[in-house]
Design a protein around this ligand. Sequence first.
Ligand SMILES: Cc1cc2nc3c(=O)[nH]c(=O)nc-3n(C[C@H](O)[C@H](O)[C@H](O)COP(=O)(O)OP(=O)(O)OC[C@H]3O[C@@H](n4cnc5c(N)ncnc54)[C@H](O)[C@@H]3O)c2cc1C
Ligand code: FES
Ligand code: FES
Length: 1369
Amino acid sequence: MTSTSELIFFVNGKKCDVSFPSYLCSSLILPFVLFSLLPFLSFFQVVERNADPEEVLLSFLRRKVGLTGTKYGCGGGGCGACTVMVSRYDRNQERVVHYTVNACLQPIVTLHSAAVVTVEGVGSTITKLHPVQERIAKAHGSQCGFCTPGMVMSMYTLLRNKPQPTMEDIREALGGNLCRCTGYRPIIDGFKTFCGSEPSSGCCQNGGGGGKCCTNGSKMNDSEERDISQELFSLDDVLPLDPSQDLIFPPELMIMEKKLIGDALYFQGERVNLVAPFELSHLLELKAKHPAAPLIVGYTTIGPKMLLKGVHHPLVIYAGRISELSAVTWGKNGVTVGAACSLSMLKEEVERALAEMEEEKTRGYRALLQTLRCLAGKQIRNMATIGGNLLSANPKYDLSGVLAALDCTLHVISKDGMRNVPLNEKLFTDFGKTALRPDEVLLSVDIPSTKPWEFVAAYRQAQRREFAFSFVNAGMKVAIREGSDIVESLNIYYGGVGSTLVKPGKTCQELVGRSWGEDLLSKACRFLKDDVDVSPTIHGGKAEYRKTLAISFFFKFYMQVVLEMRGRDVSDVDLPLEYLSALKPFENEVPQGHQSFQLVSKAQPSADPVGRPSMHQSAFQQATGEAKYYDDLPPVQGELFIVMVTSTRAHAKIINIEASAALKMPGVVTFISAGDVPGTNCRLWFNNPEELFAEEEVLCVGQIIGAVVAESREQARRAAEKVQVTYQDLQPVFFTIEDAIKHESYFEPKRKVERGDVDEALKNAEHILEDELYMGGQEHFYMETQGLIAVPRGENEEMDLYVATQHGAFTQELVGMALGIDSNKITCHVKRLGGGFGGKVMKIASLSAITAVAAHKTGRAVRCCLERGDDMLITGGRHPFLGKYKVGYNDDGTVVAADITYYSNGGCTLDESAFIMDKAILHMDNGYKIPNLRGHGVVCKTYLPSYTAFRGFGGPQGLTVIESVLHEVAVRCGLPPEQVRDINMYREEECYTHYKQPFCPTDMVRCWDECLEKADYRDRLRAVRLFNSSNRWKKRGIAAVPQKFGVGFSKGFYNQGAALVNIYKDGSVLVTHGGTEMGQGINTKVIQIASRVLEVPMSSVFIKETSTGNVPNAAPSAASFGTDAVGMAVKDACEKLMRRLQPLMERNPQNTWKQWVNEAFFQKISLSATGFFMGPPTDVDWEKGEGHAYYYFTYGACCSEVEIDCLTGDHKNIRTDIVMDVGKSINPALDIGQVEGGFVQGVGLYTIEELQFSMDGVLMTRGPSQYKVPALSDVPAQLNVHLLANTENPHAIYLSKGIGEPPVFFGSTVFFAIKAAIAAARRERGLGETFPLSSPATAERIRMACQDQFTQMASSPTDGTSPPWCIDV
Ligand SMILES: Cc1cc2nc3c(=O)[nH]c(=O)nc-3n(C[C@H](O)[C@H](O)[C@H](O)COP(=O)(O)OP(=O)(O)OC[C@H]3O[C@@H](n4cnc5c(N)ncnc54)[C@H](O)[C@@H]3O)c2cc1C
Ligand code: FES
Ligand code: FES
């Protein structure tokens, strides 16, 4: 164990010794070129002689090999962006196995003798696309593209294992991959084509259908109208799946593995050493000698701790090579599973057992399978092991409870011998601690099969049904005396109700000997109430909910066992039929749906692409990993890395900043803070200054105080932790809207808009309703975190920034101010963004200025790439809102007056909060002609990170409050909500908003009527009522809303666009415009527009990047206005060029485009033109509260149906129908993509995305493990989107409409449907149907609103001494 071993593995089947020394430290342009050529090399075998145990595959691929297709999204296994395929020769199975892993958690040293395939190894645009890449692209499943390589790898690996997968296989394969843009449906549509043997045949549910749905209900079949299409893509010319295209497993590795001799591998890193023994005896020796060294296998628990939380272990022992630890042996009484078996292997074994064994023996395995199905995502299950899951001793983990209930036994081994340890609550001594000795190793776990009269169940409830840690999980087993209903023994185990696994001992003991009946149930609940003591300070909070879940789970178990016993005629307990649905967990389905849009007129030339569903122009590059994002750019020579030092106090004076310890750390070049800013240490936005670096005082946790610049990111990160800041706390400190109101802490200006005479109308109304609605904030969670590379050019103080910004001009301006340099020397280059959603407008400008200061100071290029946790902490998100309202209404549901005050939590600086509040109150009327309407808008100043723009920009909050008003009025009037919406709706040809902007609501009403019709709303409402009357513990709800959404900036001067179009002598066209491509497809639409005007194919038009050097002073790509603005500008430029070319074309009509262009050149006609679009002068006179705020309105309507589980708070999105008016769509595929993606983001906003702040103002939900954005399982099982036909918008490019933002609000239909379902549950229990429900409607809120005997048992009046875990800010 003295010298470092040689690490050998393959990447993409190519051979190359990456330990060659020079390229990494000098010009990194070379390796980039070298490795971008790798697909042409014959082998790429990694022979790493100095492999560092701390190096994970993701950074190795991206930084050492230059394969940047594999993306960083979170670094903790929580997003799937880094998915790659690992193949190994399995000596036990004597075959090669392929499985996906998260490269961000896979140490390279554990890959010895494995072959890795990344997205680059699957196919390329240069050689040949793989069908997986082609189909995800053609099916419009790639928007920003940042998740796409991960999706491709998950699907590719599935196909390697199963060339004709089922839909369930696809669902499982993609369960660990998040996408923030598409809403998943198009990804599934592309991939399901692999299910059938023929891509274009068969039922769409099984993968056929060619992108069309064949299960459309009668009202759905719009295609009967001949100009309506349901075909967004065609599979006619797609590549067939051809296994010969796949890289073969390198024979060398197979030989190597077969010949393996028992040598241990030893890797010595800078800080960590790793030993990977081959023999069990060696492992035990090592453990005896180094008991403190953790034994790792999957690295999915230890990894995140070491990589993200700074936990340091100088020595780790890798046990993945010990064959005894991976053995699975079936015996008479069950199975013995090696501790190093992955959870996927375990799942496969259990599935096999279910197929082969008698039913009664498999009850325990069935429960285990149910748990394994929802546990993490596929990649984690492939890496994580059963031993690691148990011995992590984390009560959130799911296996301990169910395996303890099954009376499993652990075989534990050490140098001293073997012993058996029962798996029960005594094994877990504290959080993260077990009763095993440090020198002991878990060898295997015995999982016994069940006996004839044993009944087992496992339960879990999480924030999101799949790919989320459970709040509470449980395993339960009862043994009933044969032929009777008497309990012989009972095991109940809970995880998530304490710091370790909990067995409610009294409950289990006292119920033995009793009949399994109602008396037992009531006793059990009473005992559980005492036995399960959830501390109010439990990590993660939700104490009452957890306790409620614990009791509710037992109730489910009780019913399940009754059902079993009634089947055996040993129980006469009455179990009403309407209770039974409680026993069925929600199935995760693959989203299906259909989309329709109007075809272009037959008269339109076939070469004219406008109006046709064209694929995103970079989709192939995104699917092959060739698309470059800022952090994919190869390092510039001498490049440094910057990491921010942020405040840990919410409101404090900075007494001292001590960076000397950090400066002594290896690789550290400098520390910068306010004093290093040569220009202005401030970001100025509409006269509102915000410091770049806090100088004297901090105003929130997460505020940037300084930054460490070092040779590598790891060095910068470690050093940043060493910077000591001394604070003196200041008062006041508060975080919530309510507290800001108490302190009268507001930003100016406050806004007011009023129509009619609200006070008078309130006096005369038949009824008055006073209430409020709280809506929590939202994290952007763009898959690509914020960052940039600042490159000083070393001449004239020039600086280039390669930056992920939605607003290059603002970034440029700010960098100039910070450096004290003119803007003309600073160029921002924006190739593309991995999602923006409004979050990459403001903070990225500050980050750019800070990074530029570092580059300026050091004279070297500096890269900034925020880690996910820092991004969430620093950059802010959607504003929380509180809407307080007083409403006058009549018995028929007419709302005669509404007085609404909107409070938003703006955080510590104004940022865009005032404009966002403007948008909220300008949208408060939505589609309703409430004659007397008053809105006040107040932005609260608190000590939280500043909130900022987010898709919808206050619109969703403004709209949701008024929809809540309509909903509550309907409930109080006892009328169907859609009827109340109907009678209050704007209907006349010419209407006026509450701020007196004229508009015509006809298309909104058409959307509303069509939506209700296509959704079969009325029939389904009846069906929902019927369902509710026959189901006690599951309830359904259905809700629909219309929408009127203003497009464009209410600050009129922003409504402008500019472009530059160059034609080259070969006829090719280069377009540059001021918009930024962030997945919305602006470049694709622009190319369509240029193609139409110039009459050249789309393939002749290219957009390289957005550059402030080419198009100056551009407005941000926001407000759903990007294509409107730059589309017009591009059209203008192209038309200018065509006017110049026209005489040549007329003179020689027979010539080709290229000939005309050449002719123009020789005639000295300029082939370059700028285009400009001056939008109309929108503005609001806030003194009068009136104006022309928006350019025009986008309309739509949405209807959603949900089902809730009243016992757990879980919900399932059953179906959503959307009808959207996008005018004459420029590209229906992209527009439908925006509708679906926006809607699913809205589903997250209104249901599962919950940000938690501590009492000290610290954001605790700082990564995908804590913060849940919608995954595949959250998309409605049926999601139908129709673009309204026969509509055009004279105000925008080619009669289209902007669509980026409006669909987010449609997520509220799910919220209102949930509220209706809860009301149905409450009605049945004789409770009031009016009840508070804040957004998001999380599982906790749903469950606790469905009050019943179990919630009562769990309620514990707080004594006021224990602070809540988190606060609603
Ligand atoms: C993104 C993500 C999502 C997840 N979601 C879930 C979820 O929903 N439900 C759930 O239950 N879990 C979940 N997990 C946790 C995951 O299941 C565990 O991390 C995994 O099972 C641990 O196994 P491992 O092999 O990776 O352990 P490692 O990280 O390698 O080790 C974990 C611990 O176990 C010890 N250990 C491991 N094997 C042995 C052995 N044979 N003998 C002695 N000690 C041993 C190690 O020393 C270490 O202390 C998730 C993890 C991630 C990263
Ligand atoms: S980056 Fe690896 S899972 Fe997110
Ligand atoms: S396309 Fe999936 S995250 Fe953007």
